[in-house]
Design a protein around this ligand. Structure first.
Ligand SMILES: [Zn+2]
Length: 321
């Protein structure tokens, strides 16, 4: 099947090509040369980027697509009489492009949004969608969305007033199978991994999984663990083992290209051996700096600089026990 470009958006993109180059250049500068970009400045730059950058819709399976080009992927599942959306984008302009892209696929309206976790790049675009939709999430997502709105980066992308009408309407604690408009979905929270609000969406009939950020972006071989949201490398390992056991055809991650089971096995192996190395060094009472030096940790690239590395979070996790 052909890749579908959002038509109106690509026209706008051509008209603003110079602007895009400038914004991307600034973003690249911010991302690659500044050690810790100022959140409000970064949020403003990203808003401009989200307005001008095109999105792309990729077919995954019959009636299932994922959207790239925003700050995070979204999933589109065409159900009997409506559309189920996975993740809402970070910015309203990108969310509106997703709605336009859906309209090119089907006239059916969006009825349900399932959130893979509470991070802003997946939830802050919610106010761009019609009010009153069913919003399904793990039970920690709503409180974390509300808490995160105190953060300056969050406040520049969505306000409490906007998001209060978009808190989850149905929550899942551990695992639950639901049928939404004729589509069977296994919703799974096996352990805190990337965050304690992770929710895996498995479509058994289509053999497709939406994993959210349990699978890290393409540029990082190690998982991203948000300790501030009670993420856990041990929980991540357990979750990855369960994802691999599903033996699905395709795993659509929160960022980057879909992965295969073999990719997950490779990533699990890499993370497990790095974790074992860190554990050994912690047992020898090494400091974090000594651990990093011993492991010759590669410096994080791009936007990954905004977050602690796997070595840093694992060290913290192991030394806090
Ligand atoms: Zn994300």
């Amino acid at each position: 099947m052909a890749v579908i470009l959002c038509g109106g958006v690509s026209t706008m993109f051509r008209k603003t090509a110079v602007g895009v180059v400038v914004v991307v250049a600034i973003l690249a500068g911010v991302a690659f040369f500044m050690p810790r970009p100022s959140p409000p400045v970064l949020a403003k730059l990203l808003t401009v980027y989200a307005t001008v950058a095109p999105i792309t819709v990729h077919p995954v399976s019959e009636g299932i697509y994922y959207v790239s080009g925003g700050m995070a992927n979204s999933g589109i599942i065409v159900a009997n009489s409506s559309v189920i959306l996975v993740d809402a984008q970070m910015f309203a302009p990108a969310a509106k492009k997703v709605l336009k892209a859906i309209a090119q696929i089907t006239p059916k309206p969006v009825s349900t949004i399932i959130l893979t976790h509470s991070d802003p790049d997946h939830v802050n675009g919610l106010p761009a969608y019609p009010r009153g939709l069913e919003i399904i999430a793990q039970e920690n997502t709503g409180p974390e969305m509300q808490e995160a709105l105190q953060n300056p980066l969050m406040n520049t992308t969505a306000t409490p007033a906007e998001l209060k009408d978009y808190l989850p309407t149905k929550t899942v604690k551990d695992s639950e199978t639901v049928v939404v408009d004729g589509v069977t979905l296994q919703l799974m929270h096996l352990a805190p991994a990337h965050t304690d609000s992770d929710l895996i969406i498995y479509l058994p009939a289509q053999d497709v999984v939406f994993t959210g950020d349990i699978l890290a972006p393409d540029f990082s071989q190690y998982p991203g663990i948000h300790l501030n949201k009670h993420g856990s490398s041990l929980g991540w390992i357990k979750t990855m083992q369960a994802l691999i056991a599903l033996n699905a055809q395709v795993y659509v991650s929160g960022h980057g290209q879909p992965l295969k089971r073999a990719d997950l096995q490779e990533r699990l192996q890499i993370a497990m051996s790095r974790r074992a190395e860190i554990e050994q060094l912690v047992a020898q009472h090494k400091t974090l700096d000594e651990v990093k030096a011993a492991l010759n940790d590669p410096p994080p690239k791009g936007l990954a600089k905004m977050f602690p590395t796997f070595t840093e979070t694992t060290y913290q996790e192991l030394t806090q026990q």
